[in-house]
Design a protein around this ligand. Structure first.
Ligand SMILES: *Cc1c(COP(=O)(O)O)cnc(C)c1O
Length: 330
């Protein structure tokens, strides 16, 4: 296995920038995790860095993971595996086989792709891991979307970056918004807040007050919350009972536009605006949808006089997929 210098260092703090755009008298800041300098960045790059730590120095010679044709996670993991000089095997559901930029990149990184019906993903993973082991290989399995404790840890660290920024700038964000999918990003932010508030309480009785809002991009609230909560429980372990509070978990599902991958006119408008006015690319599946959802949420909840932070979680190749489609439509 080769060492990859990028992953050997800590992820440098990603920039936090104040937007021109305001919503009423709310000020909006954006944290550019899309600018993490590996394979177009994004939250999957941040998570991959934690998986790298788990894998480096082990006899792992192939990473097995799963994700769809549009998966940012699969792009990053396939790129990381290539750079490490080890194999990558991607299991992918058969429904949507449109070739997107992420699909092409995964292929270019030499990953083997195995297509199967969605209902058989988990059996296929088991079979594949078993087959590798029988062949004397050392597979390492990563859940779809980089779920699991390393993925959660990545956003505990991101939360600490935000805290450091707040301390330097001498203010606290009232809200932190982001696109919530499999839930590890949100679980990490919430765990970061719970752990850091506890430290602050012990030191000087001042907890951190920001509310973390994960805008659901696909899952209905009930199921989505359950998954985020499970990740929080798994990460906090025995501290869970002491630290967790139900009202720390905000997961509105009113801005899903009917489900994963769907979007509406408002999302398209936001994306065009953000690129033209702020120079920031956003995709329709995650970031553009969640950012649009945030703007509606502010109105729906009549939020005023607040400082908001939106975390840009990446997905840049998907921005170009849409751009290409637009060209065809004209
Ligand atoms: C995967 C992804 C998300 C969702 O992150 P989770 O940790 O799965 O909730 C958000 N934005 C982008 C661009 C993603 O690729």
């Amino acid at each position: 296995m080769q060492r990859v210098p990028f992953f050997e260092q800590d992820i440098a703090r990603t920039p936090i920038i104040k937007l021109k755009l305001r919503s009423g008298n709310n000020e909006i800041y954006i944290k550019r995790d899309d600018m993490i300098p590996f394979s177009f960045g994004g939250n999957k790059a941040r998570k991959a860095a934690e998986f790298y730590r788990e894998i480096a120095g082990t006899p792992t010679d192939v990473i097995v993971t799963y994700g769809s044709n549009s998966s940012n996670h699969c792009r990053i993991i396939a790129n990381m595996a290539y750079a490490m000089g080890i194999g990558c095997h991607v299991i992918s559901p058969e429904e949507n086989r449109t070739i997107l930029y992420n699909t092409k990149l995964v292929e270019q990184f030499g990953a083997t792709i195995e297509i199967c019906p969605v209902t058989e993903v988990s059996a296929t993973i088991d079979r594949r891991l078993e087959a590798y082991r029988k062949a004397g290989k050392h597979p390492y399995f990563i859940m779809g979307g980089g779920h699991g404790n390393p993925g959660t840890e990545a956003y505990v660290k991101a939360y600490r970056e935000i805290l450091a920024y707040e301390q330097e700038e001498q203010f606290v964000f009232d809200y932190i918004f982001h696109a919530s999918g499999t839930g590890a990003t949100q679980a990490g932010l919430v765990c970061g807040k719970l752990l850091e508030s506890r430290n602050a309480d012990q030191e000087q009785g001042a907890g951190n007050k920001n509310r973390i809002v994960g805008i659901s991009i696909a899952r209905p609230a009930e199921r989505g919350r359950e998954v985020v909560k499970d990740s929080i429980r798994e990460y906090l372990g025995e501290k869970f009972e002491e630290l967790y509070r139900e009202d720390e978990l905000t997961f509105p599902d009113d801005y899903r536009c009917g489900g994963y991958g769907n979007y509406d006119e408002a999302v398209s408008k936001t994306i065009a605006y953000m690129m033209a006015e702020e120079g920031i690319p956003m995709d329709t599946t995650y970031v553009g949808k969640a950012f649009t959802g945030m703007l509606k949420y502010l109105e729906d909840k009549n939020i005023q006089n607040s400082k908001l932070l939106f975390i840009h979680t990446g997905g840049t190749p998907l921005f170009f997929d849409r751009l290409e489609k637009q060209g065809e439509a004209e």
